[in-house]
Design a protein around this ligand. Structure first.
Ligand code: XMP
Length: 517
């Protein structure tokens, strides 16, 4: 896309995607590749620079990832981070030892002498360390450029060969000047110019899509999520009505969401928009089913069936498009052929597990396959996709189906949709929306006794769930202010029919999950 490429060689560290995102944030295009990528392939890609990631291992462990010495002679600047720094030292004849005590957390480092890497970085600054081994002697020809109390070579370099190493993690926000250091490597050392900008991406992608698609048709499964919406926007700009978007509304979306998606894509974009309304069919299949796994399975299978049946009607040859994004393609972890080539595997979390054999396409198109989520959002904004869609919080494939405990009925869906809309409205008004990664209402299928005027009531309980998280692997319940909870509770019991009690879920993950089913 841009002819300025930086490679992030993956040695299995936990922050590898973060490194790549930080590089992209500096307007430099980069890709993550396995450390096993042959040197010839690396050379052929003509990268402006290479970054070795961290990794969980010690260089002396024979099973830990190593790399041929040759990489240091191809004339491309390299920055080694954490394990990558130790590997550089070890491979080039330096010495790596175990620390007496591991350095972990925010640590002060002091820079020594002048280094292009530390331009505009104060002599003392805080960085994020996480290591047990350290470099006790740097290779010949290298100079130490920073130290911490427990790490005599927190950074070292051989300017002449363009080889740089830092024991700490500049990609982590806890490293005060981490971004400056990465930027210095990219601009001062590698000579990058910052050619990766989203306006260019849109222009070039649209041109490429036009060329590839020609006068053929394209079908895209639109879920109303961020990725498929942005893919739809790009494809619409490229080929207009040659694009057919199939949007399956199974009746388990949030209040008015189906209509909003339809209006957005029919009014703002040029395309052939096909909405399949199959609420009744789904309810029929789900009648009497209470087991969570069975519900999920039915919703998934039915979705898949309805979707492909519609595609079969709409598509005659042409291309199949989907909103795969870069993190969907990278298998992180050592030993995997990380980031090698594009996959044509259909995204499983959209429940479109497998294309039926009788449907034939000329190929698959994945216009967002090189982008991170934040870049996808930037593209979405630039394409004029509404804020609600571009910043939509994650929503499970089975929709409200996993938020209605027990049997799913039309009445319960209505109660939950109304309750969820009230909760979202109050959170939005409170200004807390930005800090919460996900928040929603749950209908636990519990009825409780209440009192309204002179009458006793026996009606539904609504549970509210709101979490803060970085990656959804772990999550904490959000400390929503009491006043906001009070307003939500008040409105739910007054405005939503059949709700007479409200509780707030204060379980973190683990041991709880974000969803209730
Ligand atoms: P859990 O409940 O596993 O949720 O802690 C973590 C994140 O995943 C979402 N989630 C799903 N997404 N299909 C999806 O596409 C599903 O079946 C599904 N189940 C959970 C959940 O909303 C949260 O963001």
């Amino acid at each position: 896309m841009s002819n300025e490429l930086v490679l992030v060689l993956d040695f299995g560290g936990q922050y590898n995607q973060l490194i790549a995102r930080r590089v992209r944030e500096c307007s430099v295009y980069c890709e993550i590749k396995s450390y096993k990528t042959p040197i010839e392939e690396i050379r052929a890609l003509r990268p402006a620079g290479i970054i070795f990631t961290g990794g969980p291992n010690s260089v002396y462990d024979m099973s830990s990832p190593h790399i041929s010495k040759e990489i240091f002679d191809i004339g491309v600047p390299i920055l080694g981070i954490c394990y990558g720094c130790q590997l550089m030292a070890y491979t080039l004849g330096g010495k790596v030892e175990s620390c007496e005590k591991s350095e972990y957390g925010k640590i002060e480092v002091e820079s020594l002498g002048k280094s292009k890497l530390f331009d505009n970085v104060p002599e003392k600054s805080v960085v994020w360390m996480s290591h047990t081994d350290f470099v006790s002697a740097v290779p010949e020809g290298f100079a130490v450029t920073a130290r911490s109390q427990d790490c005599p070579s927190a950074a070292f370099e051989c300017e002449e060969k363009g080889l740089y190493a830092v024991q700490f993690h500049p990609e982590v926000t806890h490293s005060e000047y981490g971004r400056t250091i990465l930027r210095n490597f990219l601009y001062n050392v590698c000579g990058c110019k910052g050619l990766w900008v989203m306006d260019d991406f849109i222009e070039k992608t649209v041109a490429r899509l036009r060329e590839k698609i020609g006068d053929k048709k394209v079908v895209l499964g639109l879920s109303g999520g961020v990725d498929s919406s942005v893919a739809a926007g790009l494809l619409s700009r490229a080929v207009g009505r040659q694009l057919t978007c199939v949007f399956v509304d199974q009746g388990l979306m949030r209040k008015d969401e189906g209509d909003f998606v339809e209006q957005t894509f029919t009014k703002l974009f040029d395309m052939n928009f096909v909405r399949v309304n199959c609420q009744k069919q789904f309810l029929e299949k789900l009648r009497g089913v209470t087991d969570p796994e069975q519900k999920r399975k039915i919703i998934g299978t039915e979705f898949y069936k309805v979707f492909w049946d519609k595609v079969r009607e709409e598509a005659d040859g042409g291309f199949f498009a989907q909103g795969t994004i870069y993190p969907d393609r990278i298998e992180s972890g050592r030993g995997n052929e990380a980031g090698q080539g594009s996959t044509a595997v259909i995204k499983t979390h959209h429940n479109m597990v497998k294309k039926p054999d009788d449907i034939k396409f000329d190929g698959t198109i994945e216009p967002l396959a090189d982008l991170f989520k934040d870049e996808v959002r930037q593209v979405g904004e630039k394409l004029g996709i509404p804020h609600e869609l571009v910043w939509r919080q994650p929503f499970p494939g089975p929709g409200l189906g996993v938020r209605i405990i027990g049997e799913i009925t039309e009445e319960k869906i209505k109660i939950l949709q109304e309750a969820d809309a009230v909760f979202r409205d109050e959170i939005k008004k409170s200004g807390a929306e930005e800090q919460l990664k996900q928040f929603f209402a749950v209908l636990p299928d519990v009825k409780t006794v209440g009192v309204m005027g002179d009458h006793r009531t026996y009606d539904h309980l609504i549970a509210l769930r709101a979490v803060t998280t970085d990656d959804f692997m772990t999550a904490d319940w959000a400390r929503i202010p009491y006043e906001v909870l009070a307003r939500v509770s008040n409105r739910l019991t007054n405005e939503v029919e059949h709700v007479n009690r409200v509780v707030y879920d204060i379980t973190s993950k683990p041991p709880g999950t974000v969803e209730w089913e």
